[in-house]
Each structure stands twice: as structure tokens, then as C-alpha cells.
Design a protein around this ligand. Structure first.
Ligand SMILES: Cc1cc2nc3c(=O)[nH]c(=O)nc-3n(C[C@H](O)[C@H](O)[C@H](O)COP(=O)(O)OP(=O)(O)OC[C@H]3O[C@@H](n4cnc5c(N)ncnc54)[C@H](O)[C@@H]3O)c2cc1C
Length: 387
């Protein structure tokens, strides 16, 4: 292997070049990034950056030691004859890792509202969060919740429009979202409400109501950035992610995919997993890099993510659709939900209970069975619920 190209200079792209060099790869290494700046961290964009605590979340990288040809502002537009096609000419490879992440989904026919994905988006939004401003957020998902938290703290009047009957409905069962409802008391939360149109300074709802807005922000999810692979031999999943096997290999030999843009075959869950969270972008690259260099490793993690909202640390690990019942662990404001498949723990959601989450994640990684009564008891350490 002489020429490796990594497309996408986000967390997963950076981790890939670090892992390749860490594994001893000594050949040419090119990292192509569509954005003009070096890789940065996205989670702070809806947290510390919006709160005005930081201005920059650039990831640490020793580019000289990495010996990477970092080409920024250079987007891949296709693959042809063993080369990545770009506007500035082809970049030949004999090993390729796709790490192009995801982009926000917009409302059909709408292009004026803000979204939050890039550092530029974060700075633009922060400028608009001034006391008294009227912000309408479309979508009460993870990003919508974090933006609403920062906006309320900045003295902004926040309305959140959500089509589902509970917050976070895209990723959690309704009974979890319903438990979180009191957290949203500082905003005008419109559940079961859909947007008809966004027009300059207003959001028009399907029921005819007009919400006046100084700022409109759409946060209804993301879609893998894979349009540039259309017409290539790289197979995509029905949701448009790059379909990879347990070794993170695509359908094209020598081509791998990692991070938000990839969906892998999980034998742990018996399904294709597509996870758009930080921990996945951090960890998958080591497996892709090892396999690109000839190893035969499998990537089959217990997925993990966190969210900081309404002064709380919300954490999740596992895959709750694999469960057949939920067990609650209640201690006032600090609660947890555990999903079991029979007696096997398959997912955990915790609110301000980081130790519970850590222990649950370990039990899941080890495939342990648990006693449902003990895991429901806040006086019993989660690890002590293992049978
Ligand atoms: C505001 C925000 C807050 C978040 N908070 C959390 C959190 O609290 N917890 C959590 O677990 N996760 C969080 N996430 C998700 C997490 O940041 C992502 O899962 C992670 O960034 C994915 O990394 P990635 O490298 O796969 O993709 P990305 O970070 O999207 O990077 C992909 C890069 O590829 C570039 N690219 C795209 N197309 C091309 C092309 N054709 N050619 C060249 N380059 C291209 C993109 O411009 C981008 O720079 C958050 C995300 C956002 C946006």
C-alpha cells in the first residue's frame, strides 16, 4: 500500500490518519476536506460555543509528525479509475477511507432557515442569540434541545415546534421523552405540530398559526454526505449511508467507510447499525485503518452518546430496539431506564447518573445478564445487578 486517501476532514477522518500512522503505515497519506478549516469537534458547537465559553474547537493534531497532505476546501465529487475526483483534478489511491459525515436535513422547499452543523453555523447562530430575540426551533431532538437550552440561558424567547408527541421521539420511546417534558418549561413547546412554510420573519404551522420569529433554526436530523458517491460501485444503505461489513469494508475492494456516513453490519445486534454520534467517529477509524493495512478486525461496539441539556447530563448506551421490556431506576430528578432482552441488558439511558451509565455499558459489552429488581434499585450499584 503506497497511497492512502481519506475523504472528509472531521473527527473520523482525523482519527483515521492518526490510526494509520499509529499502525505503522509509512506511505503517502492525503486527507481531503470540503471545509476550509482543519478538523474540529462538533459537540461543543451546541454547548460551550453557543454559551460563549469558547470560540474554537479545533482538534489537536501534530500534522508534521503525521506527514499528511492536508487539502482543505477540496471536496470529493466522485470516484473514477482508482482516483478520487475533485474540482482540482484526480487524487489517485490504492487505499481509500470515506469519512464524509452528514449534513442537516432541511424542510422541503425551504432554504432560508439556519441549521447547526459547522463551526461557521455555530458562530452565526451565537451572534443571533441576544436577549429578547424570538427563536423558533423546528425539531425537539438532541440538537434542538441543546440549542434551546443555550438560547433560554441567553435570554432568548424560544418556541420549539415538534411533529411528534414527545421530545427526542426520533431516538427514544415516548415514555422517556414524556419524563423529560418538565425540563422544557422555559420554552413554548408545540408538540404534535408541523411546519407548513418558513417565510422571512415567520413560521407558518399546518394548523394555520403564524409564529413570528427573528431567527428560525431547523434541527430535524441529518443525512449522510454521500451524494458524491452516486454512480460509483460503492453500495449505499436505504438511508443513504455507505454500507460496510463488520470490518468496515465497502463493496469496493480497498475502500472503507467510518463515522456518521457509514452503516455497519453488527452481529451483536443482528442488524445494520447507523450511528451518528461522536464515540463512533472516534473509535471506528482504528478498525478501518488496521484492516486497510491487512488485519481482519471486527467493529461491533455498544454504541454510546451523551447530550447536555437543561442543566442535565443525559447519556445513552446500547440499542434499545433489541430489548423486550424497560426497567426504571428512579431517584427523583436523577433517573435511568434499562432495556432488557430476557435477562440480558441491551440499552441504558441515564440522567445525571454517569457511574450507572459506565457500569451498564461495561455489562453490555460483556454480554452480561442482570437481575431486573436489583437494577431498578438506586441503592444497588448497576454492576452489582449482574447475575
Ligand atoms: C452541533 C452538534 C452537536 C453534537 N453533539 C454531540 C454530542 O453531544 N454527543 C455525541 O455523541 N455526538 C454529538 N454530535 C455528533 C458528532 O459530532 C458527530 O457524530 C461527529 O462529528 C461525526 O464525525 P464524522 O467525522 O463522521 O463526520 P463530520 O464531523 O460530519 O465530518 C465530516 C467532514 O467531511 C467533510 N465532507 C463532506 N463531504 C465531503 C466531500 N465530498 N469531500 C470532502 N470532504 C467532505 C465535511 O465537510 C466534514 O468536515 C454533535 C453534532 C453536532 C453537529
Amino acid at each position: 500500500m503506497q497511497r492512502v486517501v481519506v475523504v472528509g476532514a472531521g473527527l473520523a477522518g482525523l482519527q483515521t490518519v492518526v490510526a494509520l500512522r499509529g499502525a505503522g503505515y509509512a506511505g503517502a497519506l492525503t486527507l481531503l476536506g470540503a471545509e476550509p478549516q482543519p478538523p474540529y469537534d462538533r459537540p461543543p458547537l451546541s454547548k460551550e460555543l453557543l454559551r460563549g465559553e469558547i470560540d474554537d474547537s479545533t482538534l489537536d493534531a501534530d500534522w508534521r509528525t503525521l506527514r499528511v497532505d492536508l487539502q482543505l476546501g477540496r471536496a470529493a465529487t466522485g470516484l473514477q479509475d482508482g482516483a478520487v475526483v475533485t474540482g482540482a483534478g484526480p487524487v489517485p489511491f490504492d487505499g481509500l477511507v470515506i469519512a464524509t459525515g452528514a449534513s442537516p436535513v432541511r424542510l422541503p422547499g425551504e432554504s432560508s432557515a439556519m441549521t447547526l452543523r459547522t463551526s461557521q453555523d455555530g458562530h452565526a447562530l451565537r451572534q443571533r442569540l441576544v436577549p429578547g430575540a424570538r427563536l423558533v426551533i423546528v425539531g425537539a431532538g438532541w440538537i434542538g434541545a441543546e440549542i434551546a437550552t443555550a438560547a433560554v440561558a441567553a435570554g432568548v424567547q424560544v418556541t420549539v415546534v415538534e411533529a411528534a408527541a414527545s421530545p427526542l421521539a426520533g431516538s427514544l420511546p415516548a415514555d422517556c421523552g414524556e419524563r423529560m417534558l418538565p425540563w422544557w418549561s422555559g420554552v413554548d413547546l408545540r408538540l404534535g405540530s408541523s411546519v407548513d412554510a418558513v417565510e422571512g420573519d415567520a413560521v407558518h404551522l399546518v394548523d394555520g398559526e403564524r409564529l413570528a420569529a427573528d431567527v428560525v433554526l431547523v434541527a430535524i436530523g441529518v443525512r449522510p454526505d454521500t451524494a458524491w458517491l452516486a454512480g460509483t460501485e460503492v453500495t449505499l444503505s436505504p438511508r443513504g449511508a455507505v454500507a460496510v461489513n463488520a470490518g468496515l469494508r465497502t463493496t469496493v475492494p480497498g475502500v472503507f467507510a467510518v463515522g456518521d456516513c457509514a452503516a455497519w453490519d453488527s452481529s451483536r445486534y443482528g442488524t445494520r447499525m447507523h450511528v451518528e454520534h461522536w464515540d463512533n467517529a472516534l473509535r471506528a477509524p482504528a478498525v478501518a485503518a488496521a484492516n486497510l493495512l491487512g488485519a481482519a478486525e471486527s467493529y461491533d461496539p455498544v454504541p454510546y452518546f451523551w447530550s447536555e441539556q437543561w442543566g442535565r447530563m443525559v447519556q445513552y448506551a446500547g440499542h434499545h430496539p433489541a430489548g423486550d421490556r424497560v426497567v426504571w431506576r428512579d431517584e427523583g430528578e436523577r433517573w435511568a431506564a434499562f432495556w432488557l432482552a430476557g435477562t440480558r441488558l441491551v440499552a441504558a439511558l441515564t440522567v445525571d447518573r454517569p457511574r450507572d451509565l459506565m457500569q451498564a455499558r461495561r455489562l453490555m459489552t460483556d454480554g452480561r445478564e442482570v437481575d431486573a429488581d436489583r437494577i431498578a434499585d438506586p441503592a444497588v450499584p448497576v454492576k452489582a445487578a449482574a447475575v
